[in-house]
Write a protein that binds this ligand. Structure first.
Ligand SMILES: NC(=O)c1ccc[n+]([C@@H]2O[C@H](COP(=O)([O-])OP(=O)(O)OC[C@H]3O[C@@H](n4cnc5c(N)ncnc54)[C@H](O)[C@@H]3O)[C@@H](O)[C@H]2O)c1
Ligand SMILES: [Zn+2]
Ligand SMILES: [Zn+2]
Length: 361
């Protein structure tokens, strides 16, 4: 028997989201049914509701979640009912061309539940990033459910499922930030601040936070920014060069998803440095760069998908570092809200009032 629960639905491009009834099937083979305890509101959810990801409406939003495994289907051995898990939007398949090359963090056929969650009339929902966790229950592939220490609490653990992991990984995995490096991070929302925290953890010497909002720059200092630049008042490229002996940074991380900030990141790095794009652009965005500059500056221009993480390796690691007092993950939780407040949370995000609003159940 399917379970009827409340979930946040984006019905059509640009429409405000609404809480409606969602039918969630019992888990089939290799699936897990998870009772969601907390789910963050990420900018990517807003991209979905604006139609900037794809047109497969209606969406069931939510993809930064933790919860308790309620039921598992046949053949599931990695989790059992009662386990506290973070839900991942990457569950490596083990057999695609990337997995067999030994690069499961790029898995091209990541696993999701086989059965759809639906509206009451049977219309299949597209779960955001293959999760759909702004709902009381969600159905995922069991490999998406990653067991972690429950002492971290549901709100913080949920955020590790997307924004925190994306930012930490953009710095540590994709950017390869290491001891003594200089780093600039463009955009200090949840993802950018996690990139700052990751750079700090990796031992970066200089960490420059760039944003257009002074509140965000204040918060960025809490995560390890050594310098801040308000790029609506100051030319960030010149300011970053000035802070780095005229050279630019070793790693420049773009966490907005915008051609203007990407270009700033491109010109802010030192020769042979790395640019990491973790912000998600919309389909209409274009950028023009002199090919000679791309050649002449050398180094690497990389994109970071989910911080190039391996959830089975990384989620527990960062939860444990938090519990040891070495990573201030609690500072990402700006407020806890109810399921009915997601539209207001989008507005607060756009006004720059929060790092993360987290729905608790
Ligand atoms: N690659 C991934 O795997 C991945 C995962 C999660 C989120 N994301 C993306 O990362 C981006 C950031 O997400 P978030 O949740 O932190 O968003 P957010 O809205 O919380 O933060 C965005 C920040 O960018 C700042 N900003 C906006 N315009 C700017 C400009 N011109 N110059 C400097 N700063 C500017 C804002 O003030 C804000 O602080 C989004 O595009 C999101 O979709 C990517
Ligand atoms: Zn997200
Ligand atoms: Zn794979």
């Amino acid at each position: 028997m399917p379970h009827e629960v409340r979930g946040v639905i984006a019905a059509a491009k640009g429409d405000k989201v609404k809480v409606g009834s969602v039918l969630v099937p019992d888990p089939g083979p290799s699936e897990a049914l998870v009772r969601v305890q907390a789910c963050g509101v990420c900018h990517t959810d807003l991209h979905y509701r604006e139609g900037a990801i794809n047109d497969e409406f209606p969406f069931l939003l939510g993809h930064e979640a933790s919860g308790i495994v309620e039921q598992v289907g046949d053949g599931v051995s990695n989790v059992e009912p009662g386990d506290f898990v973070i839900i991942a939007w990457r569950a490596p398949c083990g057999t695609c061309r990337s997995c067999v090359r030994g690069r499961p963090w790029y898995c091209f056929a990541s696993k999701n539940a086989q059965q759809p969650m639906t509206l009451a009339d049977g219309t299949a929902l597209s779960p955001a990033l293959g999760i759909g966790a702004l709902a009381e229950l969600t159905l995922v592939d069991s490999i998406q459910a990653v067991k972690v220490n429950r002492d971290a609490g549901p709100e913080i653990a949920g955020l590790v499922g997307c924004g925190i992991m994306a930012g930490l990984g953009a710095a540590i995995n994709t950017g390869g930030v290491s001891r003594g490096d200089s780093v600039a991070v463009f955009g200090c929302g949840g993802v950018g601040d996690a990139a700052i925290a990751g750079s700090h953890l990796a031992g970066a010497h200089t960490i420059i936070a760039v944003d257009i909002d002074d509140r965000k720059l204040e918060w960025a200092k809490d995560f390890g920014a050594t310098h801040v630049i308000n790029s609506s008042e100051t030319d960030p490229i010149k300011a970053i060069r000035d802070l780095t002996g005229g050279n630019g940074v070793n790693v420049a991380i773009e966490a907005v998803g915008n051609p203007v900030t990407y270009e700033q990141a491109f010109y802010s790095r030192d020769h042979a440095g790395t640019v990491v794009l973790v912000g998600v652009p919309s389909p209409d965005m274009k950028i023009e760069l002199p090919l000679l500059e791309i050649f002449g500056r050398g180094g690497a221009l990389k994109s970071s998908w989910y911080g190039d993480c391996l959830p089975s390796r990384d989620f527990s690691l960062y939860i444990d570092l938090y519990l040891q007092g070495r990573l201030p993950l609690d500072k990402f939780v700006s407020e806890t809200i109810a399921l009915d407040d997601v539209e207001e949370a989008f507005a607060k995000m756009e006004r720059g009032e929060v790092l993360r609003s987290v729905v608790t159940f």
